[in-house]
Design a protein around this ligand. Structure first.
Ligand code: BDR
Ligand code: CA
Length: 305
């Protein structure tokens, strides 16, 4: 199993990604850290706690920062609803609390105490990760790689040239992309190719409480592709599926420069080169991705039945 830390701003697609990770035998989720992003930190932290609780998992949740390093927090309630998960209330048996360490110290401890190098999976703005690597550069010796959702070689969703997670805190992203740790960038190039459609949603709706919960959240999820055909991009799930099923993805090496100021702020300028430091996910097999998506919901359904 691969030990991972998920840094997240749940977020409807974050909830789906976390659910897939928590229920996979191949991943060992050691810690979840929250970050302000899609909505404010009070909601993202609660959503992270609630999904851990929903699955009765013993995974610590630590609260991170609510504010980007220099910019103002820009949230996305219009995409994820006011509480971040389509105003859905996750059915939980108890009220869990965060651990007393903040996200950065909790990551530090988890990484330094791990006998095996840890994979970081950031699926929100990169503020916590930038703080970790700035305050504790020694952690990089026990980080295997960073598999993140963010950026795009081409295009954007927050602006024509910037993806939301990078746009939200470009200064943090700049720090992270400049540290000498292997990075896998699952950006819009690949997430755009992993859409699930109306039929997929109809299928998971029949899959018990979890299937229905996801369907209800997706009903409200207002990503760029949700239109008449009900197609949805579950961006953050790409990171977890990349770790589980790398064979579905096609990557290319590139050097990535984060633009931090001006009209292009948040742009991940991607220059392809065999010597490039970043592995950029450029394509995914949509059919296999959708099959794996249905399989994961169905496995959870079978387990809890
Ligand atoms: C990213 O932004 C958020 O809205 C999603 O959760 C995802 O992490 C997509 O641009
Ligand atoms: Ca997210």
């Amino acid at each position: 199993t691969t030990p991972i830390i998920i840094d997240t701003d749940p977020g409807i697609d974050d909830i789906i990604a976390i659910s897939a990770a928590l229920n996979s035998d191949k991943l060992d989720v050691r810690l979840i850290t929250s970050i302000g992003g899609n909505v404010g930190i009070e909601h993202t932290t609660k959503n992270a706690l609630d999904i851990v609780n929903y699955f009765n998992k013993n995974v610590p949740v630590a609260q991170g920062v609510n504010k980007p390093l220099l910019n103002k927090l820009s949230t996305a309630e219009h995409v994820h609803g006011h509480n971040g998960i389509g105003n859905y209330i996750i059915n939980t048996s108890q009220n869990l609390s965060t651990i007393s360490d903040n996200a950065v110290n909790a990551m530090y401890n988890t990484i330094m105490q791990s006998e095996e190098p840890i994979t970081l999976v950031p699926i929100g703005p990169l503020t916590n990760i930038a703080l970790l690597l700035s305050l504790y550069p020694e952690t990089k010796n026990n980080i295997k790689e960073i598999v993140l959702m963010g950026g795009a070689a081409v295009g954007g969703n927050a602006t024509p040239v910037a993806e939301f997670n990078i746009y939200a805190d470009p200064h943090a992203a700049h720090i992270v992309f400049n540290i000498d740790i292997p990075i896998v960038m699952c950006g819009l190039d690949v997430t755009r190719e992993t859409m699930i459609n109306f039929n997929d949603i109809k299928t998971i709706e029949t899959m018990g409480d979890f299937g229905q919960m996801i369907t209800k959240m997706l009903d409200v999820y207002n990503d760029v592709n949700s239109g008449e055909d009900h197609e949805h991009i579950i961006h953050d799930l790409c990171t977890i599926f990349y770790l589980l099923y790398p064979e579905i993805f096609i990557t290319e090496q590139a050097n990535v420069t984060v633009i931090t100021e001006g009209h292009a702020a948040g742009c991940t300028l991607t220059e392809f080169s065999h010597e490039g430091r970043v592995k950029v996910c450029m394509h995914a097999d949509n059919k296999q991705f959708r099959t794996k998506f249905i399989e994961f919901v169905s496995n959870i359904h079978r387990k809890v039945k």
